[in-house]
Design a protein around this ligand. Sequence first.
Ligand code: SF4
Ligand code: SF4
Length: 57
Amino acid sequence: MIKIDRYRCGCCGACVTVCPTEAIDMIGMWIEINEDKCNRCKACVNICPVGALEQEQ
Ligand code: SF4
Ligand code: SF4
């Protein structure tokens, strides 16, 4: 699963845009990842400019 560091996330929306399965939703200043939709491609981890996303086993 993808772990979100909410203290680092600046809600830039880059991960939402890059996600190929539309697994990330932004609700106000809060992102949520739908684990059922996530295919673990790590595109969001790689694009996040502040390193707020991390893949966990
Ligand atoms: S790992 Fe890939 S599929 Fe999962 S939330 Fe990130 S960009 Fe979307
Ligand atoms: S790319 Fe990083 S900083 Fe931007 S919304 Fe996603 S987790 Fe937050």
